[in-house]
Design a protein around this ligand. Structure first.
Ligand code: SAM
Ligand code: SF4
Length: 447
């Protein structure tokens, strides 16, 4: 019998993708995935330290797994941003922890696991220098059965926004060679993947610093040529770096989906400056106008922070005004939380917790309405939906996404997975759409 690994993942798409990489690497040393921690021989917690809340979850997760360690000697490891940030301190603090694996040490995971298994050693690998090949993707050892896949194109960030821990825990920007990326995309296409989402903390920085011989737009053009791939997405873009060339790619590249996630963080120029974001409310709005001009159907999503030090009522109003002008399809909103080692922790004029919470609630209420309104605009339209699998809501339904990245549920069989039937949108909800299949090619509409 093989061994089993259970991975618990917190944080962003980058972490989700890293967890997948870890699973693939561990297949090489005879581990297969289990969804139950109690059945695992190895438990990995892939952590996030971008905000306070996910960081705290790590310690409560470790508490939950302590009993398994005592009862059956399960090996326990912490990976990701908290591992990178805390290093050996984690081993000191948690006596039953076996492994600490930094953000650029994923490739070393099989060796580290074998060290723990064979020698009973506790190990910590967080060197940014031990990064040779850290961006390489291990090829899957088995068919993927996946419709869409992430592809890492770069790691790290050079922006050093004053609130953000990412440059400290993920290092400086490094791009993967484009040939490797294209090869991975082709391999994925051969395995049946139809949609790729290119990943990086600042994809617009692709090829600008270390590594990567093409610019980001050129890379998109090349991926657009890969047979079998039907859709391309990317995340995340930085508003200061988004070029006219990239904006022009939306109408030019038929596979590039009409959606961009463009975090603005604040609508106040005073706060944007203190955040060191490198753009103003006006220049952000100009970029949005250009995007809407060249691609009128583009869906827009973003991240925003409330309660950054020094944020006054008028600054918050500027944020609401920016939202009003853009009309985002969806918004990820956060209360500012100070991160150790970042510039903003030195700022004095902290915003009270209650004020932060009130502003967050106001903002989220407004966005809820706008999201529903945007979803309702699609009612009655026929949309191309890439079918991903069974819907969670009903066995009779399948689920997929429009090119604008909206979730659509409709009645249909699993034979549709990987196909892109035209779906008439019947009803909009806050987080999804209900539709029905339109084409005889894909089966009759339900009675
Ligand atoms: N690279 C992306 C960018 O520049 O927009 C996103 C990086 S971060 C992983 C994702 C989001 O977390 C940010 O866009 C920001 O809104 C939020 N975030 C980062 N640091 C934060 C902090 N200290 N407090 C609250 N939210 C934070
Ligand atoms: Fe963090 Fe700013 Fe880099 Fe985004 S651009 S990862 S917010 S430092």
């Amino acid at each position: 019998m093989g061994k089993h690994v259970y991975i618990e993942t917190y944080g962003c798409q980058m972490n989700e993708h890293d967890s997948e990489q870890m699973l693939r690497l561990l297949e090489g040393v005879f581990y297969s995935e289990t969804k139950e921690a109690k059945d695992a021989d190895l438990i990995l917690i892939n952590t996030c330290s971008v905000r306070e809340k996910p960081e705290h979850k790590v310690y409560s997760a470790l508490g939950r797994f302590k009993k398994l360690k005592e009862e059956k000697g399960t090996i326990i490891g912490v990976a990701g941003c908290v591992a990178q940030q805390e290093g050996e301190r984690l081993l000191d603090r948690i006596p039953y922890l076996d492994m600490v694996i930094g953000t650029r040490a994923i490739q070393a995971l099989p060796d580290l696991v074998q060290k723990v298994e064979a020698l009973g050693q506790r190990v910590c690998e967080i060197g940014f220098d031990a990064e040779e090949g850290y961006l390489k993707t291990p090829l899957p050892q088995r068919p993927l059965f996946k419709v869409k896949s992430y592809v890492t194109i770069m790691q790290g960030c050079d922006h050093f926004c004053s609130f953000c821990i990412v440059p400290y825990v993920r290092g400086r920007e490094r791009s993967r060679p484009s040939k490797e990326i294209i090869k991975e995309v082709k391999d994925l296409a051969e395995m049946g993947v139809k949609e790729v989402c290119l990943l990086g903390q600042n994809v617009n920085g692709y090829g600008k610093g270390i590594g990567g011989e093409l610019g980001f737009s050129e890379l998109l053009h090349q991926i657009n040529e890969v047979n079998g791939i039907e859709r391309i997405r990317f995340t995340t873009s930085h508003p200061a770096d988004i070029s006219e060339e990239l904006i022009q790619a939306f109408p030019k590249l038929n596979k590039l989906c009409e959606h961009i996630h463009l975090p603005f963080q604040s609508g106040s120029n005073k706060i944007l400056k203190a955040m060191r974001r490198g753009y103003t409310k006006e220049s952000y709005l100009e970029k949005i106008d250009r995007l809407k001009e060249v691609c009128p159907s583009i869906a827009l999503t973003a991240d925003v922070i409330v309660g950054f030090p020094g944020e006054e009522e008028d600054d918050f109003k500027q944020t609401l005004d920016l939202m009003e002008r853009v009309q985002f399809d969806d918004l990820y909103s956060f209360k500012y939380s100070p991160r150790k080692g970042t510039k903003a922790t030195q700022f004095q004029d902290r915003v009270e917790e209650k004020v932060k919470q009130d502003r967050l609630s106001v903002l989220q209420e407004i966005q809820k309405e706008v999201t529903l309104k945007k979803n309702r605009e699609i009612e009655g339209r026929v949309e191309e939906v890439l079918v991903e699998g069974q819907s969670k809501q009903s066995d009779r339904d399948v689920t997929g996404r429009t090119r604008s990245n909206k979730i659509v549920n409709f009645e249909g069989s699993l034979d549709l997975v990987g196909k892109m039937p035209p779906i008439k949108i019947l009803k909009a909800y806050p987080h999804s759409l209900r539709g029905e299949i339109r084409s005889f090619e894909f089966g009759l509409p339900p009675q």
